[in-house]
Design a protein around this ligand. Structure first.
Ligand SMILES: NC(=O)c1ccc[n+]([C@@H]2O[C@H](COP(=O)([O-])OP(=O)(O)OC[C@H]3O[C@@H](n4cnc5c(N)ncnc54)[C@H](O)[C@@H]3O)[C@@H](O)[C@H]2O)c1
Length: 273
């Protein structure tokens, strides 16, 4: 799809980071936006920013891990815009750094509920509408942590590998349909994802956010631009940032030995809560 003019584009998690940057760039490209975030205030801010730039945006705040809410949203979007051309399942969270052994089930369930089930619901709920179009795109946001294992991020990595498996399978199943299915693997992107961690320990979150922000070398705007570009060029896989591209190659060339290089000096226990 190389022209977004007049297309209906759905983006979840559009109140911040990559989702907001995507909304602004699709808006500037002439798309009509159906946006979601569970944070009503930041969702409204994104809608106002799109409108200030002359774009068209509407949104609804709900939690993407709630299946009925996602299906209701899909019906509302179709009723309001009459068509759905692009869906980007982007909403996601992360947790404080913690080893799998020490991570409780509620944290696992929360991350998998949003980062994995949110993507599955968002894909299946919108699929009938996408298939009704002559050309459509379903893009799911995984991570470079959907390519390699990463210590102290067990629930996140588990969910992002699941998103990759789900999306690649769906792509094969839909090969003869008008729907192009894209899996997105960002590396470190400078967003609020670390600061948005829900925790009873704000000082720990602040410390982690500072470390994360030093490592995150790609801006949300550059990430969004690569996603629009990748969709225009019909890419099946969009790997974002030099860090992610390097890790992706390393993992494919050395599927088990990469661990030795990346985590040679990493003290897993020291960085776990
Ligand atoms: N920032 C990175 O380095 C990075 C790297 C790889 C992948 N990603 C992925 O990119 C996506 C966007 O992350 P970001 O970095 O822009 O983070 P962000 O925190 O800046 O934005 C995420 C948005 O999703 C919303 N959200 C979270 N849970 C939700 C839910 N249950 N329902 C609805 N909205 C919800 C948040 O309110 C927030 O506005 C996520 O899936 C994330 O895992 C980010």
């Amino acid at each position: 799809m190389n022209n977004f003019q007049g297309k209906t584009v759905v983006i979840t998690g559009a109140g911040s980071g990559i989702g907001r940057a995507l909304a602004l760039q699709f808006g500037e490209a002439g798309a009509r936006l159906a946006l979601n975030d569970w944070n009503e205030a930041t969702l409204r801010e994104t809608i106002a920013l799109v409108e200030q730039r002359g774009g068209i945006a509407w949104g609804h705040s709900f939690d993407v891990s709630q299946k009925e809410a996602v299906y209701r949203f899909a019906e509302d979007v179709a009723a309001r815009f009459g068509q759905v051309d692009v869906v980007i399942n982007n909403a996601g969270i992360t947790l404080e750094q913690c080893m799998i052994e020490r991570t409780g089930y509620p944290d696992f369930e929360k991350v998998i509920g949003i980062n994995m089930w949110g993507v599955i619901y968002g894909s299946k709920a919108f699929l009938p509408y996408l298939k009704a179009r002559p050309q459509a795109v379903l893009a799911n946001v995984s991570s470079i942590f959907g390519v390699i294992g990463y210590p102290n991020q067990g629930p996140y990595v588990t969910a992002k590998f699941a998103v990759r498996g789900f999306t690649e399978t769906l792509r094969i199943e839909l090969a003869k349909s008008p729907v192009a299915v894209v899996c997105i693997h960002p590396g470190g992107i400078r967003t609020n994802i670390a600061r948005n961690i829900q925790s009873d320990h704000p000082k720990r979150v602040e410390k982690f956010a500072q470390v994360f922000e030093k490592m995150a070398i790609t801006s949300a705007e550059a990430a969004a631009a690569q996603i629009l570009n990748g969709i225009r060029k019909k890419k099946k896989r969009i790997v974002i940032g030099p860090d992610a591209r390097k890790i992706d190659w390393m993992a494919r060339l050395f599927p088990s030995a990469y661990e030795r290089w990346i985590f040679r000096k990493y003290d897993v226990e020291k960085f776990s809560i």
